[in-house]
Design a protein around this ligand. Structure first.
Ligand code: GDP
Ligand code: CA
Length: 341
């Protein structure tokens, strides 16, 4: 059985752990989001790829969900002592090594897909992990910053984009997704989410091939806008999935009207989608999605999703442990079989 999974960070990685347990013999290809990538201290950091790699490879900080286990922060402290920031992005010493190796290989001319494969040689995640693209894509968020800088961070620089004054007096600007998510904690109004560079990006080698050869495509409980949405924004990927002629089944990251963790509701609002399990299914649409799982607390949404032309079931969707997650993966594959039949 060949399964393709589009994945962001924590939600995607945890789901994959359950999927591996549910179908140990399946050949799993993970297409990872790189829109969250950021350059820090001269290093290329790929948070979502690394979260998948560390989680499946046994190196993740379990409580936190990202970063390395048994981590120390000497390098960060030394940089701070030099007054060198940013200080809002947590990079530990062990984690730094990954970014040094990645950046060194990229500098030597290897594409990100080859670098990711090399890093996975160490971690043996048990899946084939491919970045969505080898080209640079950076998710930016259009926000309104308070006029008096009261975002509480004392830092005001954005990454790019024309600044300007809004009618309300706040400053409009586009900031890097990590600045919006980590530094501002999604606390300022967001008006748009733009995967800068996606329109010119090409799927990384192996992405379209994996989709064409897949028996099933799964959307795990990942962020529908800044994780799965960004992957789908790379020209060719959405079309390949829609045209593959195999079941495409997703699991809702929204349970009972809010994200299970994180702030997906904020970016959903920015693209005009309400934070409900049904609205996220409709956002993907029946042209892409054949099946959708909602949590049992959202059983009332089944009717609306079905009316949108998407086969839907309500099952427990909380990834409380690997066994519960494996049952979710099993339900998703059962729904895929139902679609196939
Ligand atoms: P990120 O890159 O770390 O933000 O991770 P993802 O793109 O994978 O998105 C995480 C999404 O997964 C969030 O929207 C959460 O609401 C959702 N999520 C996290 N844990 C669970 C869970 O146990 N069950 C469900 N249904 N969704 C979850
Ligand atoms: Ca992410």
């Amino acid at each position: 059985m060949r399964i393709v999974v589009l994945a962001g960070g924590i939600g995607g990685a945890r789901f994959l752990r359950g999927l591996k347990k549910a179908v140990p013999d399946a050949e799993i290809t993970v297409i990872g989001n790189t829109g969250d990538d950021i350059h820090l201290f001269g290093l290329r950091v790929c948070p979502d790829l690394d979260t998948v790699m560390y989680t499946l490879g046994g190196g993740i900080n379990e409580e936190q969900g990202w970063g390395r286990t048994d981590e120390t922060f000497h390098l960060k402290e030394e940089l701070a002592a030099y007054g060198v920031g940013p200080d809002w992005f947590g990079l530990g010493d062990r984690d730094f090594a990954t970014h040094v190796v990645r950046t060194q290989m990229l500098g030597a001319g290897y594409p990100l897909s080859a670098v990711t494969e090399a890093l996975c040689d160490r971690w043996q995640p048990g899946v084939r992990l491919i970045p969505m693209t080898d080209d640079r894509v950076e998710t930016h968020v259009a926000v309104t910053l308070p006029p008096d800088g009261t975002d509480g961070t004392g830092v005001t620089e954005g990454t790019e984009g024309p600044g300007g004054r809004s009618a309300a007096g706040g400053e409009q600007r586009a900031v890097h997704f990590q600045e919006y998510w980590v530094r501002l904690r999604a606390s300022v109004p967001a008006h748009a989410v733009v995967p800068v560079g996606a329109d010119r990006a090409k799927p990384a080698p192996g992405v379209l091939e994996a989709i064409a050869e897949a028996d099933t495509v799964l959307f795990p409980p990942s962020n529908p806008v800044v994780s799965i949405g960004t992957i789908l924004a790379v020209p060719g990927i959405r079309e390949a999935i829609a045209d593959a002629g195999v079941p495409v089944v997703g699991l809702s990251p929204i349970v009972g009207g809010s994200p299970v963790r994180g702030m997906a509701d904020k970016v959903l609002a920015a693209v005009g989608v309400e934070s409900t399990a049904a609205a996220v299914a409709e956002h993907y649409g029946s042209g892409l999605l054949d099946g959708w799982l909602v949590d049992t607390v959202d059983a009332a949404a089944v009717e609306r999703v079905t009316a949108a032309g998407i086969r839907c079931r309500a099952v427990p969707l909380m990834m409380t442990d690997v066994d519960a997650t494996a049952r979710m993966a099993g339900e998703a594959l059962a729904l895929a079989d139902e679609v196939r039949a």
